[in-house]
Structures are given as structure tokens and as C-alpha cells.
Design a protein around this ligand. Structure first.
Ligand code: ATP
Ligand code: MG
Length: 372
């Protein structure tokens, strides 16, 4: 197995060369090496070195140090692009009472750095001068055999950081690999560890999972091992979610923009309808019933995943627009067409009509034509 250097971002190569020139060690590491070996296009290029953050900063003018406990260097380029350069990590990992992993700011050797990574396939280092892959954990063999293996004892590694379980499912789908049996069995027993993860971190993970070309496969796989309910406790797989995620996958392939509001609107829709039925019984005001139902759904969901205010506001708009779109009234057609949430709401209606609400086909058709 070998890698094509021409597939590597020239900026990443020049950073490595510059570090080498200053007599430091420097390698490409992690997901980019894995993807290069598999002939895939890496999303980003991470670099590790034995240079300390302050030393990195001295070498690169365009460098910013980030992170308080563990400092990392970002080398900045035009258009907000940056490449992360980390110093080899070592030392112990401690777990707080709340179950959170705490990294001490200890630098280490390349071997120590390797065994702190999550998976063997993610712990490979590429020496760009010799084109050699440095492998301390058997990752090359696992890539050849298409196996996802945890470094070290799986239970311990999940306790240290439960998000690793979600990452494993994501890589399983992305790479079409198999999770090693023992690691999978333990994972299934440890899914509840996810309860302790801060909702903001899970928002990032959720977007990586579902703003993704394998969104449907990720959903099904998470559901199967029991992880899904720790992200969306009330969301059940149905045809609507399937067509919506298929739509997301297509949009990614076509390079069209995605918004988290649409995703949350889809995942929480059935649940919202259930609440709306109840709140409608308690008040004659449709707006009030709507607002109350939105509040109940969102309040429950944010216990698991952080939903920024602007997102929940858009979710509420998309849902409210469904009432308005469903009742076609020529007097308001023009006004609705110019509503800033029309496009997303129309897409939402169309997907409903193609799945759980076929009775809306004519109405969806009306709005399709009305735009022309
Ligand atoms: P992709 O970017 O395609 O999602 P990746 O493997 O590059 O995959 P990143 O989140 O970019 O994932 O992380 C880069 C590297 O950092 C990983 O390859 C892995 O070595 C290490 N890493 C990331 N998250 C963890 C974690 N939770 N525990 C241990 N190591 C991790
Ligand atoms: Mg990456």
C-alpha cells in the first residue's frame, strides 16, 4: 500500500518541510493518511511534530495558538483555511467525576501519541520524505483487512471518551469497514455512556453524521447498536426521514448548501405533531398552540443536543409554514411565495408528500407550479 504525494495539499507539505528544515520531526497523521491509503480524498490534513507550540509559532508568521489545556497551532491561510499542527501527546488521561476525559498538557513521544488516538486505522503517520508509513498499532494491517479496531481496551477507551463510539459507526459507513467483534459487543453494552457528553459537542457530531453522504446508513447503524436514542430519544425511523436524508445526500453530491434547521425540523417533525395535537386542545389560538408545542419539543431535545437559537427559530418557521402551505388560498399565494422561509418549507412539504403524507401531493404540485 502506498500513497500518492500529489494528492496531498501543497500547503500541508510545505509546513512539514519547514518543520524538518528547522530540525524538528513532522508527519502527516490521522484521517488524511488513512484516506490516502484507501485512495479517498482527505477532508483535511493534520500534522504532528515534536516542536512545542511556542516553537511552532516562532517558525510560522501566520500561526495562531489555540486551546487552553492542550495547546495546538493553527497555520492560517487565505479564505479562512487553516492547517492544524499538534505536538506529540503523551502522559496519562484522567477521568473526571462527571466521566469527562481530561487531557493533561503533557507532551510525549510519537509512540505515546499513537496509542492515545482512537482507532488503529487513525493512528498512522506518513513521513513525506521517505513516503514511509509509520505504524505502532497494526493500523496498516487493519486497513488492508477493512477492520475498525480500538487501540487498547475498548471499554476503557469508551469510558475515556464515549464520542469514540459514534466515530466508529461513522467510519464503518464511510469506509465500508467492519467493526471488530469484541469492540462492537462492548460498544453495544456501553451506549449509555453517551448521556454524559455535553450537548454542544454532540451537535458537532450530529452534523458530521447527517450532513454526510452516508446519512441514511449512519442513521440505521446508530439505531441498530442503540446509540441513536442518546442523540434523538424521540425520533423513530420512517419514510419521511429516509427521503429527507436521501435529499441531503444528493445535495452534498451537488455541492448545495445544507442547514441544521432542516435536519432538526425533519427529525423532530412527528414528535412535534404529537405535541401540537395536545396543545391545540388547550387553546383556540393556532399560533399559541404552535409555539407551545415547539417549546416542548425543543426543550426536551436540547437536553441531548445543543440547538442554537437561530436554528430553533427556523425550525419553528418551517413547521408553521406547513399549516399555511397546506391551506391554499389564492389571496395569500404571493405573500407566501416571498416569505424568507418559503424555499425550505416548500422542500419540507414536498418530502412529506413523497413519504408519509401522500394526500399532500396535489398541494405540493400547486406550490411547484406557483413558483414558475
Ligand atoms: P474525518 O476528518 O474524515 O472525519 P479523522 O480521522 O481525520 O476523520 P478528526 O476528527 O479530523 O477525524 O481527527 C483527526 C485524528 O485525531 C483522528 O484520525 C484520530 O487519530 C484523532 N482523534 C480524533 N478524535 C479522537 C478521539 N475522540 N479520541 C482519540 N483520538 C481522536
Ligand atoms: Mg480529519
Amino acid at each position: 500500500m502506498s500513497v500518492e504525494l500529489k494528492k496531498i495539499d501543497p500547503d500541508a507539505i510545505s509546513i512539514v518541510r519547514k518543520l524538518l528544515k528547522h530540525n524538528f520531526k513532522a508527519y502527516l497523521v490521522g484521517g488524511c493518511v488513512r484516506d490516502l491509503l484507501l485512495g479517498l480524498e482527505p477532508k483535511d490534513f493534520d500534522i504532528v511534530t515534536n516542536a512545542r507550540p511556542e516553537e511552532i509559532k516562532k517558525i510560522f508568521k501566520n500561526c495562531r495558538l489555540i486551546g487552553r489545556r492542550f495547546r495546538l497551532a493553527h497555520i492560517l491561510f487565505a479564505n479562512r483555511k487553516f492547517i492544524e499542527v499538534a505536538t506529540f501527546r503523551g502522559g496519562d488521561v484522567t477521568i473526571s467525576k462527571a466521566g469527562q476525559v481530561q487531557y493533561d498538557n503533557d507532551y510525549g513521544t510519537i509512540e505515546e501519541d499513537a496509542i492515545r488516538r482512537d482507532l488503529t486505522i487513525n493512528a498512522l503517520y506518513l513521513d513525506i520524505k521517505t513516503k514511509e508509513i509509520i505504524d505502532f498499532v497494526g493500523g496498516l494491517k487493519d486497513i488492508k483487512n477493512k477492520i475498525i479496531k480500538v487501540i487498547g481496551e475498548p471499554k476503557q477507551r469508551y469510558i475515556e471518551d464515549p464520542v469514540r463510539m459514534i466515530r466508529m459507526i461513522r467510519f464503518e459507513q464511510k469506509l465500508d469497514f467492519t467493526i471488530e467483534n469484541n469492540a462492537l459487543n462492548i460498544l453495544k453494552k456501553q451506549v449509555a455512556l453517551l448521556e454524559n457528553i455535553p450537548p454542544a459537542r454532540l451537535l458537532d457530531e450530529v452534523l458530521k453524521l447527517f450532513h454526510n453522504e452516508n446519512a441514511i446508513a449512519n442513521f440505521k447503524a446508530l439505531d441498530k447498536v442503540g446509540l441513536l436514542k442518546y442523540l434523538f430519544s424521540e425520533t423513530k425511523y420512517n419514510k419521511f426521514i429516509e427521503v429527507a436524508l436521501k435529499n441531503t445526500e444528493d445535495r452534498i453530491k451537488e455541492n448545495k448548501p445544507l442547514t441544521p434547521s432542516f435536519l432538526f425540523a425533519v427529525f423532530l417533525w412527528e414528535n412535534f405533531l404529537k405535541y401540537f395535537k395536545n396543545t391545540s386542545k388547550k387553546t383556540k389560538s393556532k399560533i399559541l398552540a404552535h409555539q407551545n408545542a415547539v417549546e416542548l419539543v425543543i426543550k426536551k431535545q436540547v437536553k441531548q443536543i445543543m440547538i442554537p437559537r437561530w436554528v430553533s427559530a427556523q425550525v419553528s418557521d418551517i413547521w408553521f409554514m406547513q399549516h399555511r402551505l397546506e391551506k391554499v388560498n389564492p389571496k395569500y399565494t404571493q405573500k407566501i411565495l416571498t416569505n424568507k422561509r418559503f424555499r425550505a418549507s416548500y422542500d419540507f412539504l414536498l418530502l412529506r408528500s413523497k413519504s408519509i403524507s401522500p394526500e399532500l401531493e396535489n398541494i405540493a404540485d400547486f406550490w411547484t407550479k406557483a413558483q414558475k
